[in-house]
Design a protein around this ligand. Structure first.
Ligand SMILES: Nc1ncnc2c1ncn2[C@@H]1O[C@H](COP(=O)(O)OP(=O)(O)OP(=O)(O)O)[C@@H](O)[C@H]1O
Ligand SMILES: [Mg+2]
Length: 356
């Protein structure tokens, strides 16, 4: 059994089914993200784990104990909310000491533990500061220290970086990941930002419309999306409509308006069926690079191209469908011109067939 087990959880608010029969397992020490668009049920799921929301159905098991009906303070969790402003009338020391004072711990122990927590979040020396004297990132680190000092078994983070500006978000995501790794604390992280989820997580549950669309490691989710939703939500995808022309063991051949494409076979496809082929723009090779490729070779027309510094982005017409290719600006080769008919291709293993 995993460390955290969510079993068939559901939650309804009036007409809205916020969480629809979700089952997830999180391993001990794992960094697990719930990723999905606004309103898909991430916060509701997290709050059920924390104990702030009572599920209509299902169970929550933490470390072999059924916690479904226990109050939050009995669950050994620490939670940091999206806009978790720290108490403005207390300085940093008192903010962090708050949880331990509630537990009536001796003064000396509180002092030592607050210092240790401040060190953990790189804020030693900030004890006497107030909220108004700190940046957003520093405030979130105080919020984190206030939770960590209670030594939770599970850390729950609900979009903790969303109030910060882009640059700080970038820094903080690496910092949180490092801290989590150091503390080896089981973490469930809620975000709608795919970049955050891909960078930080051991595994990701992509959610859509109150359900789990796919679970997997960052690479697996990115390289092998199993639905249109996940292919579209994570990164940018080309979705090419094609028909299944032949099936052969592990592979299959697709026909795209007469041009042949080989792809890894997926279960349940049939001859003649229309499917979508997912190809990431950075996997599409053009011109000489496509020519040199042993795999798929197709012919496409350049609709336009845009120079973006480190990459060049092509929009191509492939048998009436638009194909985007992003080519690294490493080669310094002359760029194919608008309306040129050029070879394009990719490695069949970097594609995925979708049937939904
Ligand atoms: N207390 C509530 N009362 C009524 N409806 C609610 C309540 N909390 C959430 N909902 C609804 O449940 C659905 C899921 O909400 P939830 O907050 O879990 O989404 P989310 O994935 O966290 O979204 P966001 O990324 O915007 O924070 C939404 O349609 C929301 O309006
Ligand atoms: Mg939310």
């Amino acid at each position: 059994m995993s460390f955290v087990e969510m079993i068939n959880l559901s939650k309804r608010y009036g007409e809205t089914l916020a969480v629809d029969d979700i089952s997830l397992s999180v391993e001990e020490g794992e960094f697990f993200s719930l990723l999905g668009p606004s309103g898909c049920g991430k916060t509701t799921t997290l709050r059920m784990v924390a104990g702030f929301v009572r599920p209509d159905a299902g169970k929550i098991i933490i470390g072999d104990t059924d916690m479904t009906h226990l109050p939050p303070e009995k669950r050994g969790i620490g939670i940091v909310f999206q806009n978790y402003a720290i108490f403005p009338h207390m300085n940093v020391f008192d903010n962090i000491a708050f949880g331990l004072r509630m537990r009536k711990l001796p003064k000396r122990e509180i002092g030592t533990r607050v210092q240790a927590a401040l060190e953990q979040v790189n804020l030693s020396g900030y004890e006497r500061r107030y909220q108004r004297e700190m940046s957003g990132g520093e405030q979130q680190r105080v919020a984190l220290a206030r939770v960590l000092i209670t030594e939770p078994r599970i850390l729950l983070l609900d979009e903790p970086l969303s109030a910060l500006d882009k640059k700080l978000r970038e820094e903080m995501k690496y910092w949180i990941k490092e801290l989590q790794h150091e503390l080896k604390i089981t973490t469930i992280y809620v975000t709608h930002d795919q970049g955050e989820a891909l960078t930080m997580s051991d595994r990701i549950a992509v959610m859509n419309q109150a359900q789990v669309a796919q679970i997997g490691g960052p690479e697996e989710i990115y390289e092998h999306p199993t639905s249109h939703f996940v292919a579209g939500f994570i990164g940018e995808s080309n979705l090419l409509r094609a028909n299944v022309a032949a099936l052969d063991g592990e592979t299959c051949r697709l026909s795209l308006d007469g041009q042949n494409i080989e792809a890894p076979r997926c279960s349940g496809i049939e001859l003649g069926q229309e499917v979508a082929l997912v190809v990431r723009p950075e996997r599409v090779l053009v011109a000489e690079e496509a020519e040199a490729l042993g795999g798929i070779k197709l012919s496409a027309r350049v609709i336009d191209q845009s120079f973006q510094g480190s990459i060049i982005r092509y929009r191509l017409d492939l048998a009436g469908q638009t194909l985007v290719a992003e080519v690294s600006n490493r080669s310094g080769r002359p760029m194919p011109e608008q309306d040129a008919q050029i070879p394009v291709g990719w490695d069949p293993d970097s594609t995925q067939i979708l049937t939904d």
